[in-house]
Design a binder for this molecule. Structure first.
Ligand SMILES: CC(C)(COP(=O)(O)OP(=O)(O)OC[C@H]1O[C@@H](n2cnc3c(N)ncnc32)[C@H](O)[C@@H]1OP(=O)(O)O)[C@@H](O)C(=O)NCCC(=O)NCCS
Length: 163
């Protein structure tokens, strides 16, 4: 079995950009996470990369947000696993790692825009229509939340801004 090594993300490398280009294409720049990151004053990326001996095979990023002017949260994305390493649980493992990372940074919740059929396996739930406003077009049925602090799903609401 291939040995995998995880490293924290400190900077967006060219290898990460290549993975983003390959799987997400130029359309990614219109995505919510990119728009929020552009807004933010903090340019330091947060997340986790997974390597085989010399190749990046998975990556997950988090963008810090303030919602409703008071709730510190993280937006998860992009999450990408190389085709040759899919369906081995690595995607879910990275989601769990990202949640643990957000917990160490006193986040009340982790948000993402994605398919509930996949992310509910990691404990994400659909937010309510109009509960959270993100920049860019977001299908409300795809705006999902993982609660870290008790009752986050009820209390966190309002406009999201990168911090
Ligand atoms: C989505 C992705 C991260 C999953 O990575 P992974 O390591 O294969 O995930 P896991 O091994 O934890 O889970 C795989 C299972 O989830 C399922 N799954 C994957 N995407 C899914 C989706 N959008 N909806 C429902 N199920 C999904 C797979 O079919 C697979 O099912 P199986 O176990 O019965 O074969 C990977 O497919 C990927 O990088 N896709 C392209 C980019 C993308 O869509 N990223 C998410 C949005 S940022």
């Amino acid at each position: 079995m291939t040995k995998l090594t995880k490293t924290p993300i400190n900077v967006i490398t060219s290898e990460m950009q290549e993975l983003f280009d390959k799987h997400l294409g130029p359309g990614r720049f219109a995505r919510t996470a990119y728009r929020l990151r552009e807004q933010g004053s903090s340019t330091k990326p947060v997340g986790i990369n997974v390597f085989t001996e010399d190749k990046l095979v998975g990556t997950v990023s988090l963008t810090e947000l303030i919602i409703g002017g008071e709730h510190r949260c993280f937006l998860l994305g992009p999450l990408l696993i190389d085709e040759n390493h899919r369906s081995k649980g690595l995607g879910l493992e990275l989601i769990h790692d990202a949640i643990e990372l957000a917990k160490t940074k006193d986040a009340a919740a982790v948000l993402l825009v994605g398919d509930v059929a996949y992310y509910e396996k990691a404990g994400f739930k659909q937010t309510r229509m109009g509960q959270i406003n993100l920049p860019g077009p977001v299908d409300p049925g795809r705006l999902l939340m993982f609660e870290i602090s008790n009752g986050a799903m009820d209390t966190i609401k309002g406009a999201a801004k990168a911090s």
